[in-house]
Design a protein around this ligand. Structure first.
Ligand code: NIG
Ligand code: FE
Length: 421
């Protein structure tokens, strides 16, 4: 593995030397940086860094490293995208057009579209084709700066097809240059043939899906879509109790469609994160303040569905940590670019660029229990970093919304080339 020396960095930002696993409230406003800096990556890890004025180049053997200049550029830790659904069979642009014409996401779901539409397509596709498509999406996301990712099942909705999705994710883990966490989301929707007997579907998850998932060690976490029209808080409690037997921690979809108790259910079950949060009021904020559960906002979903944005400004001001993720999926968010997510977070949710970057790096790592490995510029962490294009200030990143400012992505200390493999 080649070593890399990055010199003349305009600003090396996102340094954490305190051992912090997440940042909360006012802490999120600070993105620690060294201006005019160098960075030494060795054996795939961040080894050392400092100010150019103090660089003693003679300590490095010229035969053993490549040097690149990052003059006028920022260097940041890669994004950690803690919520995606990148294994899917087909796009759903026809539902997008239905929404343009006035139908809501919930109306489409009630009439058999939405998640059930994706499930029908996924059930008909082979594991191999799903794998090849998802791999391509993953490689594109890495090129846009994602340096660790979570991927959910939830478009199978039968024992066999949930297992098929999770096997695809397992294969992605085996070949991926970035860390992947797998989440079992069999409780994403009630399949049409269980509509009159939802209890039977919940029992199918508990008695058949969970044991199968656990016996092949296919999942790190368990997710439930705990929201109106999907799973109730008490059904979610039952499902999460069962998941605990297999050691699966919870990551919950909640409060996307209403004040439906998703946050309280997540906190009650010691969930690692509760994601969406478009409907978050004072009760949800005080509940989160009493917990270790990471609130995760998905602004790409609000943008695409035209629903409210999660009130993350208020949440940070109340002292909470906040995480940002893409939610890349074919229904509510057909986009996984974290650069766009932070642009939305700044322009629509009023996060500062520094807060948005902390939310999508170190706090994303916390939501995947990867804070010791990734999410900041810290000696000993994985050398997954991004070098921006020349930028006058950090705010240029969200300012040029929709235009990526990442010039180079370095994964495990090596420049990532998305056309390789
Ligand atoms: O996070 N809200 C639930 N699940 C996904 C969307 C799934 C879909 O529409 O396919 C989400 O937005
Ligand atoms: Fe989601």
């Amino acid at each position: 593995m080649a070593n890399l020396l990055v010199t003349e960095i305009k600003s090396l930002a996102g340094i954490i030397e305190t051992g912090a696993l997440k940042l909360s409230g006012k802490e999120m406003a600070h993105l620690y940086a060294i201006d005019n800096a160098w960075l030494w990556l060795e054996n795939g890890l961040i080894c050392d860094y400092g100010a150019m004025s103090k660089l003693d180049i003679s300590r490095f053997d010229p035969m053993e490293y490549t040097q690149i200049s990052a003059k006028d550029c920022f260097v940041l830790p890669c994004f950690v995208d803690s919520h995606t659904h990148i294994v899917f069979a087909k796009t759903r642009e026809e539902e997008f057009v239905m929404r343009i014409k006035g139908k809501t996401y919930e109306e489409i779901a009630e009439s058999g579209g939405g998640i059930l539409n994706s499930a029908k397509r996924l059930q008909a596709m082979s594991e191999e084709d799903l794998f090849l498509q998802a791999k391509q999406r993953l490689w594109e996301l890495i090129a846009f700066g994602t340096g660790a990712i979570e991927i959910k099942s939830g478009y199978g909705l039968t024992v066999q097809d949930e297992i098929k999705m999770l096997r695809v994710i397992k294969r992605l883990k085996e070949i991926s240059p970035i860390p992947i966490k797998a989440t079992f989301l069999g409780a994403h929707a009630i399949p049409a043939n269980y509509k009159e007997n939802r209890e039977a579907y919940i029992q199918l998850i508990i008695e058949h899906m969970l044991p199968a998932v656990a016996s092949e060690q296919l999942a790190d976490y368990m997710d439930v879509f705990c929201d109106q029209g999907f799973f109730t808080p008490s059904e979610t409690d039952t499902l999460l109790e069962a998941a605990k037997i297999y050691g699966l921690k919870a990551k919950i979809h909640g409060n996307e469609l209403g004040y439906t108790g998703g946050v309280q259910t997540a906190v009650r079950n010691h969930a690692l994160s509760v994601d969406h949060l478009e409907y978050t009021g004072d009760a949800e904020i005080s509940c989160l303040l009493q917990s270790e559960t990471m609130p995760v906002a998905l602004p790409g979903c609000s943008f695409f569905l035209g629903i409210p944005y999660a009130p993350v400004r208020k949440m940070i001001d109340a002292g909470l940590p906040v995480c940002l993720a893409s939610d890349f999926n074919p229904g509510s968010t057909p986009n996984g670019r974290m650069g766009f997510v932070i642009a939305l977070a700044c322009s629509q949710m009023k996060l500062t660029p520094e807060e948005a970057i902390n939310a999508s790096t170190i706090n994303g790592a916390y939501a995947l229990e990867l804070s010791n490995e990734i999410g900041s510029i810290t000696r000993g962490k994985r050398a997954n970093i991004m070098i921006t294009k020349p930028m006058s200030s950090l705010a240029i990143m969200p300012y040029y919304f929709g235009v990526d400012q990442i010039a180079q992505v370095i994964i495990n200390g090596e420049i990532f080339n998305s056309s390789k493999d």
